[in-house]
Design a protein around this ligand. Structure first.
Ligand code: PTT
Ligand code: SF4
Length: 607
């Protein structure tokens, strides 16, 4: 069956045997799962044996695109990087902007599925329907920036280059995959999975057209879309600050993670704000096919370029007591060079600082101690001393030191909380609790909506808004696979995506159909977690860290605020009921059957 909009092929790579093959997949898969995250979870569900060790050759590392990826329409240079996560033990993914997304589609594949383990470090080079495995022994130990420089000289200027640094090589469980010296994807350890396969880098070059149902219409719609974005009232300010304006917003609204989430305000917030960044900014960078690029490049304290977003600045700033943006930028650059997820890195450092302050560990590391932090980052990357404990993430580190630290180990299901304090944001707390990869805001960043709706409320309206947002962001956008910022941050209307999807695939997907696809994807991800956790699965896994329930905010206008566990659990009950899940958060048989997931029903042995 020839499809339009999708190439219809996955490239399957077996590193153990140094083999690869282009394999067609069914139209059914495309229509029911769309792409990106949808393809990734379906492949993992169908092909991964329950209990597979995430760092074993049997695990699969998937780079997946969707029917809108790489087409030259607004912000379509994105791909999903997914695997069974070594950090959480459940489903893990990230959405990264990279020329690899565009090139993969132009090479004729919608996804790259990698399994096995190479006998020595390799680079996978793909050019259209050819591929080769290059010896990467000389690259092992090098930073992602060095790899990028080396391949940028060798291959075409627009080649897609994905690589890992020492954190990925040394199996740091929150290592990511980096491209373009500042795009870092796969928070829950996708870089460690890559390292476990001895895969240092992937270079993709594609030269073929992507099959489209209505190419002329697509060209016109794409131009119109780019023009439309320029008219959006927020556009100019977005180009100035990107996500960095969130620092001021969070400071004003007492949700800026500070001192390992003890506080929601930081007395040095101005030093790391969007306006401070503007004074230091030297350029904008970003993903391919984007005219609203949001990567703010500044010179760091060592005179080197570093690309800043809100999350990394805050987690490597206020959360660890550092108020000097040039120094924060240096830590951020180190994260990109080593291939750490900057959010989790900031979280484990904050955890170590608090443990040190409380005298629970012998290491001395004070809040905001820049030189000590740099040493610690190196120790984590190379798994030296206490760095080796932190390299397994905050959940494992707290289990190692114990002494009540689990209450302030800031994670959900093992993934460190991204940068919103929820002492008084039950809706956002529920978003973290029920996110499909652990505590990340990608599925539902609802805190600004919640601010307007009334932060203190625990009500059904919040649950409804959360579910709607999860289906849209965590379901549809992750499957299409395009950047959600035009819609979410600039108000680019959803109607555009319907038109793009029609011009790409020739099919008219209604909003209802898209929501159902989103629901199917999120339910299958849920089932994957439950299958992998087995007897360990319980509803407490959907509850965010106890610090937010037990330790009131210690500073700022909302001082004293704290979440209420009973009210949270009531919201969680409503959430489960609306999702068609039982009281333990397990999808009911009728829910799965209704989504065409009956095979899942039998594997989970549901009644
Ligand atoms: C994303 C997570 C985020 S979310 C940020 S800042 W954000 C951090 N950025 C890091 C970084 O940089 N370097 C580093 N070493 N680690 C980092 N960790 C953190 O990673 C990202 C953008 C952003 S910036 C966001 S919100 C949006 N996320 C999208 C999404 O999830 N889906 C989607 N369809 N579109 C999105 N658009 C936006 O993309 P992860 P990227 Mg990243 C320096 O990948 O794993 O999802 O983690 O991918 O290309 O950098 O784009 O305020
Ligand atoms: Fe990438 Fe930012 Fe553009 Fe989205 S808005 S495509 S994250 S550069």
């Amino acid at each position: 069956m020839i499809m339009q909009g999708w190439t219809g092929f996955f490239l399957k790579v077996d590193l153990t045997r140094s083999q690869a093959s282009a394999e067609p997949y069914s139209e059914d898969l495309a229509l029911n799962f769309l792409g990106g995250r949808g393809f990734a979870i379906k492949i993992l569900w169908d092909t991964l044996k329950q209990g597979t060790n995430p760092l074993s050759p049997e695990n699969k590392l998937i780079f997946a695109t969707g029917p809108l990826t790489g087409i030259g329409l607004p912000n379509s240079g994105k791909l999903v990087i997914a695997s069974k996560s070594p950090l959480t033990g459940g489903y893990g993914d990230g959405n990264s902007g990279s020329w690899a997304a565009v090139n993969l589609r132009k090479a004729g594949y919608d996804a790259l599925v990698i399994e096995g383990k190479a006998s020595k470090p390799v680079t996978l080079h793909i050019k259209d329907r050819t591929w080769e495995f290059l010896d990467a022994s000389d690259l092992w130990g090098k930073s992602t920036f060095e790899v990028d420089d080396q391949f940028r000289k060798k291959y075409s200027k627009l080649a897609g280059i994905l690589s890992i640094g020492p954190a990925g090589e040394n199996l740091v469980k929150f290592a990511t995959v980096v491209s373009q010296k500042g795009r870092s994807g796969g928070r829950p350890g996708m870089g460690a999975v890559m390292g476990s396969k001895n895969l240092k880098a992937i270079v993709v070059e594609g030269t073929q057209p992507i099959p489209l149902a209505y190419p002329n219409e697509m060209k016109r719609l794409a131009i119109d879309g780019y023009k439309e974005l320029l008219t959006k009232p927020v556009y100019q300010f977005w180009k100035r600050q990107g996500t960095m304006s969130t620092v001021e917003w969070c400071q004003e609204n007492s949700c800026l993670p500070t001192f390992n989430y003890k506080q929601g305000v930081f007395d040095k917030a101005e030093g790391i704000s969007g306006f401070t960044m503007e004074k230091m900014k030297v350029s904008n960078r970003g993903c391919p096919q984007c005219n609203m690029t949001c990567g703010n490049v500044v010179k760091d304290s060592e005179g080197q370029d570093s690309e800043l977003d809100y999350e990394n600045v805050v987690m490597l700033g206020s959360n660890i007591g550092l108020g000097n943006l040039a120094q924060v930028a240096t830590l951020n650059r180190l994260a990109d060079e080593f291939s750490f997820d900057a959010i989790s890195l900031g979280s484990v450092i904050g955890f170590a600082m608090e443990a040190s302050e409380k005298g629970l560990i012998s290491e001395k590391i004070g809040w905001g101690d820049f030189e000590a932090i740099k040493v610690l980052i190196n120790n984590i990357a190379y798994r030296r001393g206490f760095g080796a404990v932190l390299a397994d993430g905050v959940r494992a580190a707290s289990a190692a030191i114990d002494k009540g630290s689990s209450e302030w180990a800031m994670h959900v299901k093992g993934l460190e909380v991204s940068a919103y304090d929820c002492h008084i944001a039950p809706g956002m707390a529920l978003a973290y609790g029920t996110s499909s990869i652990g505590a990340h805001h990608k599925d539902a960043w609802i805190i600004t909506w919640e601010q307007k709706a009334g932060r203190e409320k625990y009500d059904e309206a919040k649950v409804d808004h959360l579910i709607k947002t999860q289906l849209l962001r965590g379901g549809i956008f992750e499957a299409l696979t395009v950047c959600r910022f035009p819609q979410g941050s600039l108000g680019f209307e959803l109607e555009w995506y319907h038109k793009y999807l029609r011009a790409s695939t020739g099919k008219n997907f209604s909003m209802e159909q898209l929501n159902q696809i989103g629901d199917r994807i999120l339910n299958l991800i849920r089932a994957f977690w439950i299958r992998e956790y087995g007897d360990r699965w319980n509803r407490d896994l959907d509850v965010p860290p106890m610090r937010w329930f037990k330790e009131p905010l210690t500073d700022g206008p909302l001082k004293g605020a704290v979440l209420d566990i009973e009210k949270y659990n009531s919201m969680l009950d409503i959430y489960y009921q609306k999702r068609g899940w039982d009281k333990n958060g397990v999808p009911k048989k009728e829910t799965l059957d209704g989504l065409g997931l009956s095979d899942v029903t039998s594997q989970l042995k549901l009644s």
